[in-house]
Design a protein around this ligand. Structure first.
Ligand code: ZN
Ligand code: ZN
Length: 338
């Protein structure tokens, strides 16, 4: 069988590897059908992820069809369509015991810490497999994972339909948050420094877009009738200046959710948080969100297809990566077929 491999930073290739076998009687063997390329795959390629041990098979957004089932597996049969939760947790630590396995103290993610799903066959524990209706296209089924990220962050922020939401970053994650927030009925403002990305956000339902190169959030609020401030902000970029700009524009009792992974410190002003009793929270991966997202997709509450900008066969992975590097603003989600 074939697999995508990053042997070392700045190299990516398709290799012939040994056929994957069922790894345990609690696993199912999946014929991978589609995968999404994500920012963390790009960090893997660029060598900027602190978590990766090379060589690695990337891919944490993937879906496929079950071709073999371990003897101890219940509820999954050959032929089922599966979307995979890439989180591997210990089940024993404080986070796991309190039900927050996505921040397990020995957390591993398929495609990052260990080999992922960009290969023709993969053995996955049944507990990480989520069935999805067979009429859902594969390229949509593989995007459940990024939508769980959105679902998690909005749940952390306690979204309601009355919220005035500010999303920093109109990349793939920003747009998954946008589509999910709009499905709840909230008002959404999305900001970026790329007009191309903002045009895509507007086309798929953003109420307002701000290019922060030309306009500050303060000025936007001042001149926009009906927007007095932000009740829920999500930072999908992580640049230190973003939270600094967000805090003074939050309404009292607002929630700020951070998804960034940069190490650069921020000049966060405590008083901005305390005087309004803001909640500032982190959001990482997702916890019990797969069934919710699968349900939303099956019921057409939102359509992940709207974030797909390009499609490639997995054998063209190098081409896909180079497109992402050379034309980042033209790209949103690139999906691979297998
Ligand atoms: Zn991802
Ligand atoms: Zn744990």
């Amino acid at each position: 069988m074939k697999a995508v491999l990053i042997p070392e930073p700045h190299k990516i290739m398709v290799m012939e590897v040994e056929m994957e076998k069922l790894q345990s009687e609690k696993d199912v063997l999946i014929r991978v059908k589609a995968g999404g390329i994500c920012g963390s795959d790009m960090h893997g390629y660029h060598g900027t992820s602190p978590f990766i041990n090379y060589p690695v098979i990337p891919g944490h957004e993937f879906a496929g069809e079950v071709v073999e089932v371990g003897k101890e597996v219940k509820d999954i049969v050959v032929g089922d369509h599966i979307s995979v939760d890439p989180v591997i947790s210990c089940g024993e630590c404080y986070a796991c015991k309190t039900g927050r396995y996505n921040v397990c103290s020995s957390l591993m993610v398929r495609g990052v810490h260990v080999n992922g799903g960009f290969k023709e066959y993969v053995s996955i524990p049944a507990s990480a497999c989520h069935k999805i209706d067979k009429h859902i296209p594969w390229e949509v089924a593989c995007l459940v994972e990024p939508f769980t990220i959105a679902s998690q962050s909005l749940a952390r922020g306690g979204i309601t339909r009355e919220d005035i939401i500010y999303i920093a970053g109109a990349g793939a994650i920003g747009l998954t948050i946008l589509l999910t927030a709009k499905s709840v009925g909230a008002t959404v403002i999305i900001a970026d420094i790329s007009d191309e990305k903002l045009a895509r956000a507007k086309a798929i339902g953003a109420d307002y877009v701000i290019n922060t190169m030309n306009k500050s959030l303060v000025d936007f609020i001042e001149e926009t009738e009906g927007v007095e401030g932000i009740t829920l902000a999500l930072d999908a970029v992580g640049h230190p200046s973003i939270i600094e700009a967000i805090l003074p524009n939050m309404m009292p009792t607002g929630r700020v959710v951070l998804l960034g992974f940069l190490k650069t410190p921020s000049n966060l002003i405590q008083m901005e948080v305390t005087k309004r009793e803001l909640d500032v929270k982190g959001s990482r991966l997702s916890c019990n969100r797969f069934p919710i997202v699968v349900d939303c997709i099956e019921k057409e509450i939102f359509n992940p297809e709207k974030i797909i900008s390009h499609r490639f066969n997995f054998t063209e992975i190098e081409e896909a990566i180079h497109l992402l590097i050379s034309k980042p603003n033209e790209c949103c989600k690139i999906v691979l077929s297998f």
